[in-house]
Design a protein around this ligand. Structure first.
Ligand code: HAM
Length: 417
């Protein structure tokens, strides 16, 4: 029989790894809490038209990567990203009526049918945030600062912030024309896909990883040169604000990002290049001032970002493993098992995590298990101990041992373990 496996590009997170995930998630929650963000949870499934309208029909995500299906009469899609669903919830619950500014964060799985490789999966997790109601540019800088803080708290110190502005729809139309004029005579040099994109969505060509396209776009006009006065002032305000916060950054005038909802500020943060190689974009984000109105909501400006949790886990320096339990209760001989279980019960009454090995076995084997669990103390319960009314408490770090009365073990260990 063929062995059963998880779907391609979708991973199990086994208990040995989940501690590291909790660590990243809790640092994300606490960092975003410092900036007044609160958690939002939206469905993993949304209606397909939401993503088509929000992300854009001519994008890789919508054209090639969505898990979409029709169930009864509903066209549904497993969310490929978080922004569209969060924006839908913001509109559906008319949040703008009760909050002038909303700061929301989320953590959870996203689904994209991409070609799996290191740091790229079909089910992956994002830690993201969206801020509604502030047109920026100062909150754009603050968001970037929160991200650098988050990455620093995770021990990712080589992060590099890259920014750009793609202006409003006026500037993008002008730029689209300028880029098309530049690329049209070089059409034969472009990849097949980019030749098609030249007609449907030329900005995407700047995002292409094909060496042919990278060569062809060299010397292309840059969008920063066609921004209107308000867009330029916004971008300069962002740069001044980042400088005031002492946030280093690089301007990449070719940064366009793969989703169509963006306006003005775009940013990416790269890091962990030694471990992730070229796919080291840890965080991507930007402003999307028109999306809420385009989805039928009020005219509310917005900005957000998402970080890939798997990529953060690869990029961060490995943290020390947390112990699984702090106390291990070893039982020697059949009659000691129930006494060992009672000791463990009392330890748990005092909120001390412990494991008891009710299979018995050699003391050596049980102490090996205690070490593997990271336990600081082992309580040894044997027949002789039961007869004397006391047990041996072994400090596995200090290599010392003491005899403690059975009914005092929990109190004895409370302040120590
Ligand atoms: P994105 O650039 O598509 O943006 O994804 C953000 C991050 O998610 C990437 O930088 C990467 O770390 C991670 N990521 C994306 N695809 C995969 C994958 N297949 N496997 C592993 N990690 C992946 C967005 O999703 C926007 N919603 C961000 C945003 C929020 N913009 C405004 N608000």
């Amino acid at each position: 029989m063929t062995p059963l496996r998880a779907p391609k590009g979708m991973n199990d997170i086994l208990p040995a790894e989940s501690g590291a995930w909790h660590h990243v998630e809790s640092i994300f929650r606490s960092t975003m809490g410092l900036y007044g963000y609160r958690e939002v949870r939206t469905p993993y499934l949304e209606t397909t038209p939401l993503f088509v309208r929000a992300i854009g029909e001519v994008t890789d995500v919508v054209e090639k990567e969505m898990y979409s299906f029709v169930h009864r009469d509903d066209a549904l899609t497993l969310r490929p990203e978080g922004t569209a669903g969060v924006a839908r919830a913001y509109i559906e619950h008319r949040v703008h009526n009760s909050e002038p500014v909303s700061r929301w964060f989320y953590l959870g799985p996203m689904f994209r049918a991409e070609r799996p490789q290191r740091g790229r999966y079909r089910q992956f997790y994002q830690a993201g945030a969206e801020l509604f109601g502030d047109p920026g540019p100062h909150c754009d800088a603050e968001m970037i600062e929160s991200l650098v803080r988050f990455l620093g708290n995770l021990g990712i110190s080589d992060s590099e912030v890259v920014i750009n502005s793609i202006g409003g729809s006026g500037a993008r139309k002008k730029y689209r024309d300028a880029l098309t004029d530049f690329l049209e005579p070089k059409k034969h040099l472009l990849s097949e896909e980019s030749q098609r994109r030249l007609v449907t969505n030329p900005l995407r060509i700047l995002d292409s990883k094909s060496p042919r396209d990278e060569e062809a776009v060299k010397g292309a006009p840059v969008i920063l040169d066609v921004l209107d006065a308000d867009d330029t002032a916004h971008f300069e305000g962002l740069r001044r604000s980042l400088d005031a916060l002492r946030m280093p950054y690089r301007v990449d005038p070719h940064l366009v990002r793969g989703l169509d909802y963006y306006t003005r500020t775009l940013f990416e943060i790269k890091g962990g290049a030694d471990k992730l190689g070229a796919g080291n974009t840890l965080v991507g984000g930007g402003r999307y001032d028109n999306m809420i109105a385009e989805l039928g909501g009020p005219s509310v400006p917005a900005i957000g970002f998402a970080a890939g949790v798997e990529r953060l886990l690869i990029a961060r320096s490995a943290a020390e493993e947390a112990p699984i339990v702090s106390v291990f209760v070893a039982s020697m001989g059949d009659s000691a098992v129930s006494c060992a279980m009672t000791v463990a019960q009392r330890l748990r009454d005092m909120s001390l995590p412990c494991e008891v090995d009710s299979r018995g076995g050699s003391l050596k084997g049980q102490l090996r298990r205690a070490n593997a669990l990271g336990a600081r103390f082992a309580v040894i319960v044997g027949e002789a101990e039961i007869a004397s009314g006391s047990v041996q408490v072994k400090d596995l770090a200090a290599h010392s041992q003491e005899s403690v009365a059975v009914d005092k073990v929990a109190e004895y260990l409370k302040g120590k373990a």
